[in-house]
Design a protein around this ligand. Structure first.
Ligand SMILES: [Zn+2]
Length: 102
């Protein structure tokens, strides 16, 4: 009978542990949602500054390599996929230089 009692204890401990993890997960989820709601209300009231959104569309710079063509942040100097140097200022400069020549 000692073995069965031990097994019940182990299973019970595992169940309690599982429930504890689940409770923690739910708690973190609720806190996250609560924080979002509170942050939204405070932002709406003007207490907190509005959240800056990352604009992904027009601020990305595609890699010059045709086979890569990975989107990189504008301030990046090298491609994050292939490592090629990004010349994000070169076209404007060359255009200015051309305009100066003309
Ligand atoms: Zn690349």
């Amino acid at each position: 009978m000692g073995h069965i009692g031990f097994a019940i204890l182990i299973v019970g401990a595992a169940l309690i542990f599982g429930w504890l993890m689940f409770a923690l997960w739910v708690l973190s989820l609720v806190l996250r949602i609560f924080g979002k709601v509170i942050g939204g209300i405070l932002r709406g009231l003007g207490i907190l500054p509005p959240r800056r959104r990352r604009v992904l569309g027009n601020v990305m710079l595609p890699c010059a390599r045709i086979r890569c063509a990975a989107n990189n942040p504008v301030n990046a100097r090298f491609c994050r996929r292939c490592g090629a140097q990004l010349s994000n200022h070169a076209p404007a400069q060359s255009r200015q230089a051309m305009a100066a020549c003309l």
